[in-house]
Design a protein around this ligand. Structure first.
Ligand code: ZN
Length: 234
């Protein structure tokens, strides 16, 4: 069910990324979606909050105490990042090629989840999320960058590739087809490090790893989730 999972240790922060074994997307009917979230929630031991992602830069602050278990459905809210200081709530972003980024401070007091595709990176969603975390802690920040389409697979029109690279301050990758692409993960790392955040990369390329959901490989693909939670060991 998970391609990466680190349960809370001394830092009080848990992080997990799901696999294509489970679909946490909104294309499926409500009962299947609820069952999928219930499975992941039970495995992690926290309810999971999701919003409606729109490739923007808005941050949803999750303050409500969790209701029972399973899904905390905030999909009436349009946002591409979630932040919380509440203990025992999983914050999830859902992706299938875009970059899922989980953030937490070293004190285990603030967590955030970020959905960063091409548009979100250009809109500044990472900076918005880091600012929301920074407003709540002075401690060092750590990011986990999960599975996403790599620069060798994310082929886009030449003009889009060069424009994105220029605006993101990163190089233009050549794809394995010899065309131009965008290195979403490299751009995310560049931005995070620019904000002084330590970065750990914990995911494979979604397009080439069959155990991951990829929209490019299958337009009807489900969604993976990156989930972060605070355990309150402090
Ligand atoms: Zn790839």
């Amino acid at each position: 069910m998970f391609t990466h999972r680190t349960d809370p240790g001394a830092d009080g922060v848990g992080v997990a990324f799901t696999s294509a074994e489970i679909d946490l997307g909104d294309r499926q009917d409500a009962a299947h979606r609820a069952a999928a979230f219930a499975r992941v929630s039970a495995a992690l031991g926290v309810p999971i909050a999701v919003v409606r992602q729109v490739h923007g830069a808005d941050v949803c602050v999750v303050e409500a105490a969790p209701a029972a278990s399973g899904l905390i459905d905030l999909t009436a809210t349009k946002a591409d990042a979630l932040v919380t200081t509440q203990l025992g709530i999983g914050l999830a972003v859902r992706v299938a090629d875009c970059v899922p980024i989980l953030l937490a401070d070293a004190a285990g007091t603030v967590a955030a989840a970020v959905h960063a595709g091409r548009e979100g990176l250009l809109a500044g969603v990472i900076g918005a999320a880091v600012a929301a975390v920074r407003a709540r802690t002075d401690a060092a920040l750590q990011a986990w960058v999960g599975p996403h389409i790599c620069g060798a697979c994310y082929e886009v029109p030449d003009a889009m590739a060069t424009d994105a690279a220029a605006r993101l301050g990163v190089g233009v990758p050549t794809t394995r087809w010899g065309t131009l692409g965008i290195d979403l993960g490299g751009a995310a790392r560049h931005q995070l490090e620019g904000f002084g955040v330590a970065v750990a990369e914990v995911g494979e390329c979604t397009l080439t790893a069959e155990h991951l959901h990829s929209h490019r490989r299958n337009p009807a693909a489900g969604r993976l989730a990156g989930i972060v939670w605070l355990a309150g060991t402090h």
